[in-house]
Write a protein that binds this ligand. Structure first.
Ligand code: C2E
Ligand code: MG
Ligand code: MG
Ligand code: MG
Length: 284
């Protein structure tokens, strides 16, 4: 294509590429600095049991607001940290912060944390993760790690070893964004997961799309047979919640139940919802 457009066009392209690389390198530097300055934060979004709306856990979500760049989405800076080879540093910081915050929650609530695909190709991940939990004093049995199909597909052997080691220590593993990756249902058999998170893409369409409803119904039935728990992601209104409940989906997460909020706001949310009964916190 560039040949036909002539030399001038090639110059424009390479200038654009150079611009893009400059932007990425600037972003990388800002992110590295933010990690050192402890400016990358973690927010928490509630996950509820649909039957009675009881909060059962929270997903930790990375948040970064740069003084010059403004809000940068984790969908941008997580892949950047992966590409530039410092996802382990970023992730360790986030997990430490998340686990520290979760120490103050009622004991029966779990913390769900996203592992990036690069981390599932790095044999050090299991050891690092368990070391952070140990240092923080957070019970591994209260941690869930969210991984995606793509991560599992790339280097299945390494990923499987990491997952097995973590599960051996009591950590639970969920398959995130289910239905969107290059799914192979066989993975669900080969891999030991505890939970499947149905991607928001299906949930957001159930109101007026029969196909999405059937897909969710099928996922729920399959998970029941495989003894996996199911979470629907991205529930935004009451009618979606009702439909998912009717489809037999066990858990839900989305703006309807709560947006991701910082550690302090999450604690206030919990004290509003929980009453303490003989020292034990229960859902109000
Ligand atoms: P994810 O793990 O699938 O997280 C769910 C995303 O959906 C979050 O976006 C969340 O804020 C958003 N969400 C939740 N409920 C609703 C809803 O009702 N409606 C809509 N429209 N969106 C909803 P967020 O926080 O921007 O994160 C995007 C992605 O970045 C995450 O997708 C995850 O893949 C990645 N990510 C975030 N934090 C981390 C992290 O600490 N480590 C790693 N490795 N990845 C992270
Ligand atoms: Mg997730
Ligand atoms: Mg997801
Ligand atoms: Mg996602």
């Amino acid at each position: 294509r560039s040949k036909r457009r002539g030399r001038g066009q090639i110059t424009v392209y390479s200038q654009e590429i150079a611009q893009e690389m400059k932007r990425a390198t600037h972003l990388e530097q800002a992110l590295r600095n933010a990690i050192i300055a402890n400016e990358v934060d973690v927010h928490f979004q509630p996950i509820v049991r649909l039957r009675d709306d009881a909060v059962v856990g929270f997903e930790a979500l990375a948040r970064w607001c740069d003084a010059d760049l403004g809000y940068v989405s984790p969908a941008v800076f997580v892949p950047l940290a992966e590409e530039r080879g410092f996802i382990d540093t970023l992730s360790d910081t986030l997990l430490r912060k998340a686990a520290e915050a979760a120490l103050s929650w009622p004991k029966e609530l779990f913390l769900s944390f996203n592992l990036s695909s690069a981390q599932l190709m790095d044999p050090k991940t299991a050891f690092n993760t368990l070391a952070i939990l140990n240092r923080t004093g957070f019970d591994p049995r209260r941690l869930e790690l969210e991984i995606t199909e793509t991560a599992v597909m790339t280097d299945a052997d390494t990923a499987q070893k990491i997952v097995a080691e973590l599960r051996g220590a009591g950590v639970r593993v969920s398959l995130d964004d289910f239905g969107t990756g290059q799914s192979s249902l066989g993975r669900l058999r080969d891999f030991t997961f505890d939970k499947v998170k149905i991607d928001r893409a299906f949930v957001s369409r159930i109101a007026n799309d029969k196909a999405s409803e059937h897909i969710i119904k099928a996922i729920v039935a399959m998970c029941e047979g495989l003894d996996l728990e199911v979470v629907a992601e991205g529930i935004e209104d009451f009618s979606e919640a009702l439909k998912l409940k009717a489809l037999g989906c066990g858990m839900g997460q989305g703006y309807f139940y709560g947006k991701p909020t910082d550690a302090g706001t999450t604690m206030r949310f919990l004290s509003d919802r929980y009453v303490s009964v003989e020292g034990r916190a229960v859902n109000a």
